[in-house]
Design a protein around this ligand. Structure first.
Ligand SMILES: [Zn+2]
Length: 978
């Protein structure tokens, strides 16, 4: 083993030496292709189509001879259900595109293509119609140019992803035949994916757009001509200024008249606009007759905001956001060099926002008291640097654009509004709500995946991520950059970023290029740092260990042990604070299992802190401090990553028997973050003089299994003692999506000692000891959802227990979606029990009794507050027409059950029509399917509550008709529809 380690060391040393050598020097052998596009395109707003002619001069600067050239034919992503995009969306369970009609979809057709005037052959990439391979008649040698002429036709889809329209609102992106990047790694015909972005060759775009005269156009590049269009835009800018000056009332009146005017001015008469963009790698444009235009200036750059009237007010500071972004990024990385920067209101078409050279489309809503709109506008504007000018491959190395840009976004918000609460902007009356910071949300997002061991390698193609794309690529990388900044210090970090920008502007940097810049500027090798963060899912966790202090004649010799608890290795800063508040910080390389740091202090040390700047992303920060910190957190507090917290709040309730009940609840830890979590509740009935109380401990077992949990519960409340030990396992490839398998087993020891709280019809006094096991499986395709569960229970006469039984049940839930609008839920429920059962363990024909007593504090169990008497809980036999209120208070229940439920949702309204059939029997001997009961009716499903109308029942109570207006009220907590 040692020999292997030695060989490894030598290899490492050689490797480090090599990177050090190759690390010095600018990108000498670097080359990239040149492109120059001329596109003439006509928008038909009647048919929502584009007809275009493209002339592309392509220069081969590579050392290779090219026999073919790839083009993106991205609009084909929206052609049918077999495209990669369509399949990926369907796999996520998103049905919007899957069920869309042909008229809402889109595609591109090439009518002709020539290379240097000669028609050439081409074909789609096998299995992907968003990439086309064009075969050259004669090879393109290094240094040579070739001119392609392509006549193309695009059918514009509705906005599903990026390219699209919404009525007469157009978002024309990923639209023209775009040559695929050929770089040091070869061609990149990666296709259009549900997750993942783009990569483009830098060059010049001259685009002539012909479209109806009344449309306002925002585009990449600069508007060159005609003069009439420049005058039109100027008039809109003046109008924008005028609107800014208006009072609320004036504005409302003006916008109303404006809307009428725009409608009246609608025309098919055409205009042709010429835009020119240089040193960019893509061209996008947007058109809408309603845009209000606002203008600002930053140095030599014109800033334009194109906002729809309905968002005009929410966007009132949008120009300022763009200004602040250009100023901040300009100062941090390098100035914005282009003449214009535009931000376009995307009519909330597709979530978030999307970046294009010189222009960005924003679909984020304005949410009151949150700075989400500012965050999205500045983030997308920031992409002008990370992706726009530093044109990395967004598909393969998304951390370089999304990650570094998320870091910059957080940096912007923290600079402008502070680290704490920079995303929230509460008025005084809401100041009790917790402040939320952008870095906190990134922390939480990463943590959620990492805590469940669902984290994924950052450095992999975007479409290969299971679920953690945002958590890893945006949020974890954001933190990596803060850690890098912490390690390098601000001055060196800024020099690194400015050098990177200067050397790689208008080029295609990759991860290695970035690391080389870091190594060269700092004079140190940070390769390992980036490998740990980007190429592994190792977690970081350092903890303060033993601290010893020895008095000397000058003060104290302090030794601090720092433990590395996980595999991830990064340098860590350790700070000691003495009693008089003096601080000293040392850095440890973090490599060994334990590091020993020595300090000499004048006074005694009172606190030791790891990563005092809080820039390192660890899986546990509580052990970063000695002494540890504990905080009491009232009601509206957010989880704190750095301090242990006890959340608490008051309980106030009234119940007839207890009178006013008052008490407190406490919670230690947050279930998705901490281990263990502890809950305590205690509330006292002022009349009954009874103390209701409960305690629960939950411990995740992440090392034992990906998601497993041990929970121990003890409760004595409202006449019911419940003790439970449960172990549960959840497996599935995703954190939040099916397929999911869930296994639970455990032991219940219950005792009902006071039936004043529960209906005697349904509950038995006495002690019950029960072992249980259940297995459930949830899966889904775009047309079919299936949730099934089998449960086995065994009651024991143990320690004065009264009940001795066996009980088994099976629930099968299937939903079929036949078309976009029509679906059917099928449900089967069957159960068998034998022995002496408590009443509440019988099978109920009509619905659930809530035998788990999910919340006795809220739902009492007497008379009209009893689930089978006054309201409906979906479950068990679910024969909705046989509830207690329809059967003179009788709750049909017994030891054997078979029931079948059918639900047909009515399209577009929250109404379902249902039919139920089934019955209960005393034992398997007297099962008689001839005596099945059935019912039918409809229900109003308002998600949390339901109003159920079983207008027909086969076995009405004596004297009642089968058809009758009946209704009941239900809580759809365990819903039939999922
Ligand atoms: Zn982004």
């Amino acid at each position: 083993m040692k020999r292997n380690a030695f060989v490894f060391m030598i290899i490492t040393a050689v490797f480090l030496g090599m990177t050090a050598v190759s690390g010095f020097g600018s990108p000498k052998n670097y080359w990239q292709q040149d492109v120059s596009y001329e596109i003439h395109v006509t928008l038909n707003t009647q048919k929502n189509t584009l007809t275009g002619k493209e002339r592309l001069v392509y220069k081969n600067n590579s050392p290779d001879v090219l026999n073919y050239v790839w083009f993106h034919t991205y609009p084909n992503a929206f052609k049918n259900n077999t495209t990669i995009y369509a399949k990926e969306m369907a796999a996520r369970g998103s049905s919007k595109f899957y069920f869309s009609g042909p008229k809402d979809r889109g595609y591109v057709n090439w009518k002709s293509i020539t290379a240097d005037g000669t028609p050439v052959k081409w074909r789609y990439k096998p299995g992907d119609i968003t990439e086309a391979k064009v075969f050259l008649a004669k090879p393109l040698k290094p240094g040579e140019s070739i001119t392609f002429e392509i006549a193309f036709f695009v059918k514009i889809p509705l906005v599903f992803s990026r390219l699209g329209h919404k009525g007469r609102h157009y978002e024309i992106t990923q639209w023209y035949p775009k040559v695929v990047v050929y770089d040091r790694k070869g061609w990149h015909p990666d296709g259009y994916h549900a997750t993942g972005e783009f990569y483009g060759e830098f060059g010049t775009f001259d685009v002539w757009i012909t479209l109806p005269k009344d449309l306002v156009v925002a585009a990449s590049g600069n508007l060159m001509d005609p003069a009439s269009e420049i005058a039109f835009r100027d008039s809109l800018i003046r109008e924008g200024e005028k609107i800014d000056q208006m009072s609320k009332k004036e504005r409302k009146k003006y916008l109303k008249e404006r809307r009428k005017r725009i409608k009246k001015n609608r025309t098919d008469e055409a205009k042709t606009l010429h835009f020119r963009a240089e040193k960019v790698h893509d061209f996008a444009w947007f058109a809408d007759a309603r845009f209000i235009v606002k203008k600002g200036t930053y140095k030599h750059t014109s800033l334009y905001v194109y906002v729809l009237p309905k968002h005009e007010h929410a966007w009132k500071d949008a120009v300022q956001y763009v200004y602040d972004t250009l100023q901040n990024y300009g100062g941090w990385y390098g100035e914005y060099p282009y003449k214009q920067m535009s931000v376009v209101d995307g009519d909330l078409s597709a979530g978030g926002g999307m970046e294009y050279p010189n222009i960005t489309i924003i679909s984020a809503p304005h949410i009151p008291f949150l700075r989400v709109l500012e965050m999205v506008i500045m983030h997308e504007t920031g992409h002008q640097w990370f992706y726009g000018m530093l044109g990395n491959n967004e598909m393969d190395e998304a951390w370089m654009d999304e990650g570094i840009n998320t870091f910059s976004e957080i940096r912007y918000l923290e600079k402008k509004y502070g680290r704490k609460g920079n995303l929230t902007d509460y008025p005084k009356w809401l100041s009790f709500l917790p402040p939320i910071g952008d870095r906190w949300t990134a922390h939480f997002s990463y943590f959620n995946y990492a805590y469940h061991n669902m984290d994924e390698r950052i450095l992999q193609p975007a479409y290969k991520f299971r679920e953690g794309y945002a958590a890893m690529v945006y949020h974890k990388t954001g933190w990596m950059m803060f850690d890098l900044k912490q390690i390098l210090g601000d001055t060196l970090f800024n020099r690194v970023m400015q050098t990177y920008f200067k050397e790689w502007q208008y080029k295609h940097p990759d991860t290695e290029d970035f690391v080389k810049v870091v190594n060269r500027v700092t004079g140190k090798d940070y390769t390992h740092f980036f490998n740990e963060w980007l190429k592994t899912t190792k977690k970081f966790d350092y903890a303060v260990g033993k601290v010893s202090q020895k008095r000397t004649n000058k003060g104290f010799d302090v030794t601090v042990n720092v433990k590395r608890k996980r595999k991830g290795i990064v340098p860590v800063d350790v700070r000691v604070t003495t009693k008089d508040g003096t601080m000293q910080t040392r850095r440890w390389n973090g490599k060994d299992a334990v590091g020993r740091l020595k300090f000499h202090t004048k006074k005694k040390v009172k606190e030791v802190a790891i990563d005092p700047g809080r820039n390192l992303l660890e899986i546990n920060h509580w052990d970063d401090y000695k002494p540890g910190q504990l905080d009491a957190a009232f009601l509206f507090s957010l989880p704190n990553f750095y301090k242990q917290q006890i959340f608490w709040g008051p309980v106030l309730w009234y119940y007839e028997k207890d009178g006013v009940q008052t008490g407190l609840w406490f919670r230690y830890g947050v279930p998705v973050m901490n281990n263990p979590t502890i809950d305590l509740n205690a509330y006292y009935g002022l009349s009954s003089k009874r103390l209701n109380r409960s305690a629960q401990i939950q411990q995740d077992l992440p090392f034992f299994h990906r998601r497993s949990k041990l929970s121990v519960q003890a409760k004595n409340a409202m006449g019911y003692i419940r003790n439970k030990v449960e172990l549960s396992f959840t497996t599935g490839p995703y954190l939040t999506r099916p397929p999911v398998q869930h296994v639970k087993f455990g032991l219940n020891i219950n005792k009902i000692y006071d039936l004043d709280y529960m209906s005697q019809k349904d509950w038995s006094l006495g002690k019950e000891t029960q072992a249980f096991v259940s297995y459930s499986y949830f899966t889904r395709t775009i047309r079919w959802r299936s949730r099934n569960k089998v449960t086995l229970e065994k009651g024991f006469k143990w320690n004065l227990g009264k009940f001795d039984y066996f009980r088994a049940s099976l629930e099968l839930n299937q939903t079929f979606r036949w078309t976009k609008l029509f679906s059917t839920h099928f449900r089967f429920y069957g159960g068998y029990a034998s022995g002496t059962l408590p009443l509440n363990r019988r099978f109920y024909l009509a619905g659930d009794l809530d035998v788990e007593q999910s919340n006795p504090l809220v739902l009492d169990r007497q008379g009209r507050f009893s689930p089978l008497e006054g309201y409906y809980l979906p479950g068990q036999g679910n024969l909705r027409g046989y509830y207690g209120i329809f059967t003179n208070g009788v709750h049909p229940a017994s030891k054997v059950i078979a029931a079948f439920n059918l639900d047909f949702p009515v399209p577009k309204v929250p109404i379902r029509i249902f039919y139920d059939v089934g019955n209960v029997w005393a034992s398997t001997q007297n099962v008689d399917f001839g005596k099945l009961r059935s019912d039918a009716g409809f229900l109003l499903d308002l998600k949390i509550v339901q109003f159920v109308f079983p207008v027909w029942v086969s076995h009405p109570v004596l004297g009642e008709k089968k058809f009758k207006f009946r209704w009941l009220f239900g809580f759809s907590i365990p819903n039939l529809s999922f």
